[in-house]
Design a protein around this ligand. Structure first.
Ligand SMILES: CC(C)(COP(=O)(O)OP(=O)(O)OC[C@H]1O[C@@H](n2cnc3c(N)ncnc32)[C@H](O)[C@@H]1OP(=O)(O)O)[C@@H](O)C(=O)NCCC(=O)NCCS
Length: 279
């Protein structure tokens, strides 16, 4: 039986999988493969319309781990922590070349961090997340369940990358290589941010958020089967647009809207340069 078949089998068993040693073994197999990066909740696929194939069974496997896990006491010497035994915090060694800077961060089991990743405290990386080589996860950042973050990405302080577990989402958020995700941003509901795109501080993107591209004169939106996608090299800043009808117009209100003001240029390179010495 392949890993996928084993996960689908035990997920379909429902509560009958609880307490079953084979179900636990299948889950551990998945968890190990997620942590080594050999299995991902979404993988690059040039043949797919979005360039990514979502491996929906992986999310079912992660949910299986929640179903079959018993509560466990994971307390340290002073603080009390209780979670499912199937999801302890990951432990790392210097040989892995990953830095978890001391101070209140947690990387949950089933998350993958590549060599050269730096996690500044406090940050949280949830199960099923994938973080590529040399990426900086800055303070107060969240890498939600199953989120896929590329290489050399900068997730700035308080960047929130949403997950797929709750509220229930089918596709993970994907941030491609070399993107700069500014401070206090939020990227949710399966949004894809393409290579080298820049989200200025404060940009929030959800499935329902239209993005106004001033350069090309287009409005980018998610459709029934494609997520909101920020194009390669786009520089997105938080803007607003007037409400043109009803009480909103009468009261002179406007709503938040992200705007693509330009595509990366030399000035952007200067504004977003990363510091090699930190890595
Ligand atoms: C987007 C950013 C990278 C600037 O990129 P840039 O290519 O240098 O952009 P520019 O300064 O040339 O600005 C281009 C246009 O966008 C506007 N703009 C730039 N940043 C903006 C922002 N954050 N909000 C609103 N408008 C912004 C500028 O006013 C300019 O408009 P104009 O052409 O009408 O004058 C920068 O504003 C930013 O947000 N950096 C992230 C900072 C951060 O979060 N650091 C985290 C540290 S942990």
């Amino acid at each position: 039986m392949t890993l996928e078949q084993a996960i689908e089998h035990w997920f379909a068993q429902g509560p009958a999988a609880i307490g079953n040693a084979e179900a636990l073994a299948a889950f551990h197999w998945l968890r190990n493969d997620l942590e080594s990066g050999t299995i991902r909740s979404a993988s690059p696929d040039p043949a797919a319309p979005t360039g990514w194939r979502v491996n929906a069974w992986v999310k079912r496997g992660i949910l299986l781990g929640f179903r079959i896990g018993q509560l466990d006491d994971m307390s340290g010497s002073a603080l009390s922590f209780i979670d499912k035994a199937t999801y302890p915090a990951r432990r790392f060694s210097p040989e892995q070349g990953i830095r978890i800077v001391p101070g209140g961060s947690s990387v949950r089991s089933g998350a993958y961090l590549a060599k050269g990743v730096v996690v500044m405290p406090p940050a949280y990386v949830n199960a099923g997340a994938y973080v590529g080589e040399g990426t900086m996860v800055d303070s107060h950042a969240l890498v939600g369940s199953c989120a896929q973050i590329g290489s050399r990405v900068h997730l700035s302080a308080a960047a929130q990358i949403g997950g797929v577990l709750e509220p229930v989402n089918a596709s993970p958020v994907i941030i491609e290589d070399d993107a700069l995700i500014g401070g206090n941003t939020g990227v949710y509901e399966g949004t894809i941010v393409r290579k080298r795109a820049v989200l200025a501080a404060g940009v929030v993107l959800t499935r329902g958020t239209p993005v106004y591209d001033l350069v090309n004169g287009t409005v980018l939106k998610a459709s029934a089967d494609t997520p909101l996608t920020i194009p390669e090299n786009a520089v997105v800043v938080p803007g607003s647009r007037a409400i043109t009808k009803g009480h909103g117009a009468e009261w002179g209100l406007s709503v938040y809207t992200p705007v693509i003001v330009k595509y990366r240029d030399e000035k952007t390179e200067l504004s977003t340069a990363l510091e090699d010495l930190l890595r």
